[in-house]
Design a binder for this molecule. Structure first.
Ligand SMILES: Cc1cc2nc3c(=O)[nH]c(=O)nc-3n(C[C@H](O)[C@H](O)[C@H](O)COP(=O)(O)OP(=O)(O)OC[C@H]3O[C@@H](n4cnc5c(N)ncnc54)[C@H](O)[C@@H]3O)c2cc1C
Length: 411
């Protein structure tokens, strides 16, 4: 190994860039490879929420009985392209197996530990990028349409409380006092004060990329196609030598892990949104429509209505009717909504069946570290993941037990 170690990061989303920053601070020479470093990706168009309450896995006891109803509803939160079902099966089986009480409790405890230092890691990054004012620590409001829906979520909120997350139950009338734009349709509401959102998720990624380049990180527009010894081979015919390789390729990470010989179950859980530049209504915090499973975030660039989980594989074309369906739903809750000029978007959430990210060394090679699979909380966990990856690369003991995040769980 040379005197100054050379770390190569594949992937210039929030996770890869956060790893690059942490390794630069360790004194490494850092190269980031991305086939489209400044392009569209999950990290650019997401809902902008810092969801530190999101400790529970997506799979839960009894969820299997909800799936047919969701699939049948054109405005529902879930869709599945039949052609993709055979390749989805192993992931799906593991996902459904995760939905036991014991697994949910274990995963909640692991995620609570991972998410606990999010602000300790995020605040210095925002300050460094001159974006401290982009963070709005105003909590989130969860809306329930029915008492039954609220009761269904009660065990999840109880589990959150057990892990120190504040969850305040309020009446529908109080919810409307907080957000007068809401229609009088809800039955109950919940406030999670530790939640926050950013003015624009794209800005943090753009600023971070620019700051890293100014700080000496080499950013290369290349498509990684193979790993040959200690070099990344690219579609453009280049070989980029590394001492340490960080795989932060989001939903595409299964392809790279396979090249290295590590099996993993990761899917693109495609999410959609529509950003309304002049929404005609004002929200002062992120609103989570819990039973319909979509959110509305008041970003600087407009009101972003987002959600949905579509399993169609990595290469299928977006079906923007799902963005339109979210807007149709949102109109029911926000009657004055002006949807003119809506900008529709689809992004690939990198999602594991147990909702835990993969953070850790390859069991096959000590010089390869994985950092992917952050599902719904990749923006939230970017800087924290970068710090943990630097701990792994430098051989420091990480402050949390990293064994639950190992890729070896898929072997
Ligand atoms: C609709 C939606 C809403 C969301 N809302 C939130 C939210 O409110 N809060 C939150 O915390 N998270 C949210 N998320 C999740 C979050 O956006 C993701 O978890 C996060 O962006 C993943 O970051 P990443 O860096 O791992 O992946 P990405 O941002 O997808 O970056 C991966 C990069 O790897 C590159 N790449 C892949 N393969 C190769 C290769 N072979 N060679 C070169 N480059 C390659 C790609 O070009 C891409 O740039 C949301 C996601 C969606 C879709």
């Amino acid at each position: 190994m040379s005197a100054t170690p050379h770390s190569v990061v594949i992937g210039a989303g929030i996770i890869g860039l956060s790893c690059a920053r942490a390794l630069l601070r360790e004194g490494h020479a850092v190269t980031v490879i991305d086939r489209d470093p400044a392009g569209d990706k999950a990290s650019f168009g997401n809902a902008g929420g810092l969801g530190i309450t999101e400790i529970l896995p997506a799979s839960s006891p009894g969820l299997i009985w909800q799936i047919p109803k969701w699939l049948a509803d054109p405005l529902g939160p879930l869709s599945l392209r039949p052609a993709h079902l055979p390749s989805l099966m192993p992931w799906l089986v593991r996902f459904l197996r995760t939905g036991t009480k014991a697994e949910v409790a274990r995963i909640a405890s692991v995620m609570a530990g991972l998410l606990a230092p999010v602000y300790d890691d995020m605040l210095p990054l925002l300050a460094e990028l001159g974006l401290s004012r982009d963070l709005h620590r105003v909590g989130a409001l969860w809306i329930y349409d029915t008492e039954a829906g609220f009761e269904r979520d009660a065990p999840a909120h109880a589990l959150r409380r057990r892990h120190g997350i504040e969850v305040e139950t309020i009446s529908a009338a109080e919810a409307r006092r907080l957000e007068p734009a809401l229609a009088p349709t809800s039955a109950r509401a919940v406030v999670t004060p530790q939640w926050s959102h950013l003015s624009d998720p794209k800005r943090i990624v753009d600023r971070l990329r620019e700051a890293l380049m100014a700080g000496g990180v080499v950013m290369r527009m290349l498509d990684a196609t193979a790993i040959d010894g200690q070099a990344v081979v690219t579609a453009q015919g280049e070989r980029i030598a590394f001492d340490h390789l960080i795989v932060a390729t989001g939903a595409w990470s299964g392809r790279i892990a396979r090249l290295i010989g590590d099996p993993v179950l990761i899917e693109s859980e495609r999410g959609y949104n529509a950003t309304l530049p002049s929404p005609g209504v004002t929200l002062s915090r992120e609103v989570i429509f819990a039973q319909r499973q979509f959110v509305a975030t008041p970003l600087e660039i407009g009101l972003r209505i987002g959600g949905a989980a579509e399993f169609a594989g990595l290469d299928a074309k977006p079906d923007y009717r799902r963005s339109d369906a979210l807007v149709t739903l949102a109109r029911r809750y926000l009657p004055g909504l002006d949807t003119r000029g809506a900008v529709r978007w689809m992004g690939n959430r990198p999602t594991t069946p147990d909702s835990l990210p993969v953070i850790g060394r390859s069991p096959r090679r000590r010089d390869v570290v994985y950092a992917f699979g952050h599902g719904h909380v990749g923006l939230t966990l970017g800087p924290t993941t970068g710090r943990l990856v630097a701990d792994i690369v430098t051989g420091r003991t990480a402050p949390v037990d990293l064994s639950p995040f190992s890729i070896a769980r898929f072997a």
